[in-house]
Structures are given as C-alpha cells and as structure tokens.
Design a protein around this ligand. Sequence first.
Ligand code: HEM
Length: 458
Amino acid sequence: MTETAAPPAPAGRARPAAMPGLPYFGGIARMRKDPIAYLGEASRRGPVVRLGRIGRRSFYQVNDPDLVRAVMTAPYADVGMTRTNDVLGTLFGESVFTMQGEVWRKRRDELQPAFRTSHLPELFGSAADEIDRTVSRLAPVAEARGSVDCSAALLDLLQRMIVRMMFGVAVPETAAQLTRAFDYGLEYRQRRRWAPAGLPRWLPTPASRRFDDGVARLNASITEIIDDHRAHPPERAGLLRMLMECRDEETGAGWTDDELLAEVKTTFVAGWLTTATAAVWLFDLLGRHPEITARVVDELDRLPSDRPLRYEDLHTLEYTEDTILEAIRLFPPGWLLSRRVRRTYTLGGHRLGRDTVLLVSPYALHRDPAHWTEPERFDPGRFHRGTHGEAHRAAYLPFGYGPRVCIGRGVAMMELKLVVATLLRRFRFTLADTAPARLQPVSFLRRADPLVLGVAPR
Ligand code: HEM
C-alpha cells in the first residue's frame, strides 16, 4: 500500500498526544456526553490528538491550521469523506454532498454555474418575497410590544426562502414534508451517530421506518414539482431551472430526474438549517450587544428609506457583513467536519492507518487563542476589510476549506444580510434573558433553548 506525506512533523514528536481515558478506547465515551467540551480540551493538547476508538474506527482531531489545510486539500487517494454510509446519504441520494472522487468532481463542475454570483439577484427576488410575509406577521406583535420565538420564526423563514429560491414559487406542502423528513432523519442519525460501527442501515427500527417513510413522501412531492416545472416553467427562474440547465460537459446531456431530485434535496437540507442556525445565533448576539446592533442599524439607515431593499444595497453593508462573519466564527453551524483516511497517511509525522477518522472542529479552531485575539469576544471589527487576515485562513472555516468548500456560501451570505437588514430596518429586538445560551451540537450547532426576543417597531 502506498504511503503519502502531508506537512512535516513538529520536531521530536513521534506519537501524537492522546486524550486520557480507557486503554484502547481512549476517552471517546466523554465525547458522546459533551462533544464541545471534549473537542475543546483536545484542541489544546497538540497539533494532532488521538481521541480514542468507536468500534474498529480510530478517531483523531486535527488542530494545527497547516495540518487542517493538508487534510482538507489532500488527494482523494489519501483522504475521503465519511458521509457515504451516513443517514444523510439516504436523505440526499447520490448528490454532490455524498459523492466522492472523480464522480464528485464532475458533478461539482456541472453544478457550479447554478451557484454563480450572476444568479444571486434572481434568487434575491424570491427570498425577498418570503421575508415580506415574515414582516407582516411580526408587525402586529411589534405594535403590541410583544415577544416572539425567533428560533421558530427564523427556521420557518429560512425554509420558505430556500424552497422559494429553489422553485421560484412558494410550495408550502413541500416545505412541511421537508421538515418532517429532516426531523426524522436527525432523530435517526443522532441515535446512530456514536453507535458501534457496523450496525446495519437496513435494520428496521421505529426510527428508521419513520425516516424512510418521510424521505419517500418528500421524494414523491419533489418529483411531481420537477414534472410540473418541465411542463410549465415558472416565470421567475429558481435554482431548479438553473439545475435543469446543467449539462454533462462531455455529452452535453441534461440531468436525469433522479439526479435533479438528489441535488434539490441536498440544496434544501444543506442550505436551510445551516443558514437558519446562523441567523438564530446572529440575533442572539445582536440581542446581547446593543452597541453593535446600533452600528449595524446606523449602516442600514444610510440606505434610502422610501423603497424596499435591493440586491445592490447588500454590497454597501460592510459592517453588517462583518457582523455575520463574526457570528459564524463564534457559532459555526457546521461545528464538526470529518474525513476518512483511505490509505496509510502521514500527518504531522504521525502514520495513520486506513479508515482512521480525522475530525476538524471549526468551533474549537475559531476560539483558539493561538489564532485569535480575545477569541471569546464578539467583535465584528476583526473582519474589517483589509484586516481580514488576522488569523490563518484555515483557522476560520465556517464554510469549510479546500475543494469541498460550501458551494452555497454566496447564497447564504446574501440571505443572512437580507434577513438582518430587512428585520432591523423595521423592528427593534431586545433580549430579556441574557444567561449564556446552551449549545446543542447535533448535525448543526443549534441553540438548545428557543431564542425569545422582545419586538417593537423602530
Ligand atoms: C450559513 C450557512 C451555511 C454554512 C455555515 C455552510 C457550511 C458548509 C460547510 C462547512 C461545508 C463543507 C463541509 C465539509 O467540508 O465537510 C458545506 C458544504 C456544502 N454546502 Fe454549505 N453552508 C451554508 C449554506 C449553504 C447553502 C445556502 C447551500 C445551498 C444553497 C449550501 C450547500 C452546500 C453543499 C451542496 C455542500 C457540499 C459541497 C461539496 O461537498 O462539494 N450550503 N457547507
């Protein structure tokens, strides 16, 4: 078996540091209980740290940004994704998210044009239509100086936005099915996440049956919409139409319905909860930092007030953008990334065997004092244009790093700016309960408790 090299080892270290725990298994049982604390502790132990074993799989955490870069850009012959057998794989089907190697490269190249910046104004139009509905719902609550469960409101809004951006029209039934299939998927995945390796996916359990049934319904409903789209293309081009225009580079053929279905579902799932989770943390942080909110509002007040927000306005919102980047530094929705060693691989001087799982924790990297000044402080100023490079690039990876970096990051930043700008132009939000928020690190880094904010007109 071939052995390949990543960056050189730190001098004098033959064996990687290890987390304390049981012989052979290491301390990994603690990871199940409190992964954030466990991975935070592991991040301070060395550039590559052995966490322990689950079944036959060894787990290591990669903490040094140079080594993170090496792993995230390693050739597929050496390092692959861990996703294929994952429950999310069943939900997505064969898509850019689950594919690997050459097939992935081809799919990513075909998909890329749909996500180009020139499509963003069209998508902005769809997203803006949905936010108007949220504003109308919030207005009477604000008049009554009431309070609102912002977590639920943002989850609902960002879901309507991604469905509308996908189809160009509102499709509430699909949105509801998507929620159901995803909830079942999360429940099922959570049960399996740290389960011993080898528990077969086909083993029928009540949770797996609920999940499979939810996915089947979702598939049927999206397939119907794809058929309808072919027969009657909607006026406003959504991502689906852009995906329908994707062509095989060699043959020039369009995608099959199954391929379209897989990419539609992937975009829904990858683009919904991530962005919604980021929005919740953003409003949480704004609620805790009125002085920063005042600066964002000051920037928004420079826009003409006699007309709705336009796509071009987003380019002027520099401080708002920095605030979003800072929020996803402190609370990266994709808090844990993983890769699988495909053949013996040397990382930082340590030989790692096939099937070793390499974990990269954006949450830990984003809060590491070795890379960030006062990492726990919410300070959008650290992203001010020109001072962006405060930290090593691979120490800031809310959207991942390397060839598999998030394809939807432009869409996500557009949505987040639109949400924050529209809502802060209309309403004043206050956070009554300023106790530290509890984290719920599931597939995404969720806020464990609903974010309840007081709302008043501006
Ligand atoms: C704040 C919002 C978002 C965050 C924090 C986020 C984060 C990420 C991260 C960390 C990855 C890389 C995962 C890895 O390397 O293992 C990723 C990949 C991906 N994201 Fe996002 N994402 C967001 C929004 C979106 C949106 C809006 C879309 C689509 C409209 C999207 C579509 C995807 C897809 C398809 C991939 C897989 C790309 C590939 O493997 O080639 N994401 N995202």
